[in-house]
Design a protein around this ligand. Structure first.
Ligand code: ATP
Length: 308
């Protein structure tokens, strides 16, 4: 595998605020790499350092094997940045925008190809402001790839989109990856991090506190899963807590919730217990741990401090 991005101990402060506090990271070719973290964690600052928009105070950053401190202009020709849709002049027509962005690059660009790839040919004469949210985001992506970039940065690509448009956006981003591009995505949607990203870095207070595949991050939580069912009123907390692999048995508003590290074994034993005690398991719910729990767990301390 080839490293497209290689960061070593990147630091950046604004006065007394430490925005990025020693980040080291490698991103491989063809990855969709997510960066998540609470507001103020340092995601934007880190991304803007990579895009060459801000300078790190210390550390080294190589993109495409080039040093961002010395070769930023060359790097900029080979990366793409999707702007927030709000920063596009609203009256501009789609075709004109793509042509305009193509003119910013000295490398060979192909506006027609960008329009075609995102299905925008029919809308080339439409004004940007007349488009729906999903189409606006497609234009933002088309502008980001007009220079055929090897790395594309997407900031909150599905913000404000309905679930259907979001699913379409993920498909489009995957197609961009399948063309051989490396994609860096920041997102506040844990579902997006889980479904779309090959690996995810969780940032907290300027540091990366975890980086792995979504599956591995979830597994690191100890694989805790929840089994919920209606209270039969004839069993006891002690009996439920004694079932194999149950870490916690909670009763809330007429429903039991068992936290289990082995769903299969606990379920089998639960049904055996119900049989022995003469009741039926009803209203069964099985909740797998997800990136939401990972996010809460890894960023909890900061959330608590911020709300104090
Ligand atoms: N230009 C600036 N001047 C001073 N402080 C800044 C500046 N930009 C960011 N900060 C501070 O640096 C820290 C990191 O901010 P940053 O915008 O990088 O976080 P973020 O993770 O992108 O947050 P969000 O999810 O809200 O976009 C915050 O405490 C922020 O207030």
């Amino acid at each position: 595998m080839k490293s497209m991005i290689e960061l070593r101990d990147i630091r950046k402060r604004y006065g007394a605020t430490v925005a990025v506090d020693g980040v080291s990271l490698e991103v491989q070719k063809g990855e969709i790499f997510g960066i998540v973290g609470p507001n103020g964690a340092g995601k934007t600052t880190l991304i803007e350092i990579l895009e060459g928009l801000r300078q790190a105070d210390s550390g080294t950053a190589h993109l495409l094997g080039l040093d961002i401190a010395k070769q930023a202009a060359a790097i900029k020709q080979r990366i793409g940045v999707a702007f927030q849709a709000t920063s596009v002049p609203p009256k501009a027509r789609v075709g004109e925008l793509v042509e305009l962005f193509a003119s910013f690059y000295s490398t060979k660009t192909d506006p027609e190809r960008a329009l075609r790839f995102f299905g925008l040919e029919e809308r080339r004469r439409a004004s940007f402001k007349s488009l729906s949210g999903g189409w606006k985001q497609r234009v933002a992506l088309a502008l980001a790839v007009v220079n055929d970039p090897e790395i594309v940065f997407l900031d909150e690509p599905s913000m404000g989109l309905d679930p259907t448009a979001r699913g379409e956006m993920w498909q489009t981003i995957r197609r961009m990856r399948d063309e051989g591009r490396t994609i860096i995505v920041t997102t506040h949607y844990m579902e997006e991090a889980e479904s779309l990203c090959d690996r995810v870095a969780v940032m907290r207070r300027g540091r990366i506190v975890a980086v792995d595949t979504p599956g591995a991050l979830v597994a690191q939580l100890g694989g805790i899963k929840r089994i919920g069912f209606a209270d039969p009123a004839v069993t006891s907390r002690d009996a439920l807590a004694a079932l194999p692999h149950v870490a916690l048995a909670e009763l809330e508003r007429g429903s039991w919730s068992l936290h289990s590290s082995d769903m299969d074994q606990t379920l089998k034993a639960l049904f055996r217990l119900a049989d022995q005690e003469g009741w039926t398991v009803s209203g069964l719910r099985l909740d797998e741990a997800s990136m939401n729990e990972v996010f809460r767990e890894l960023t909890a301390e900061q959330m608590k401090e911020e709300t104090q």
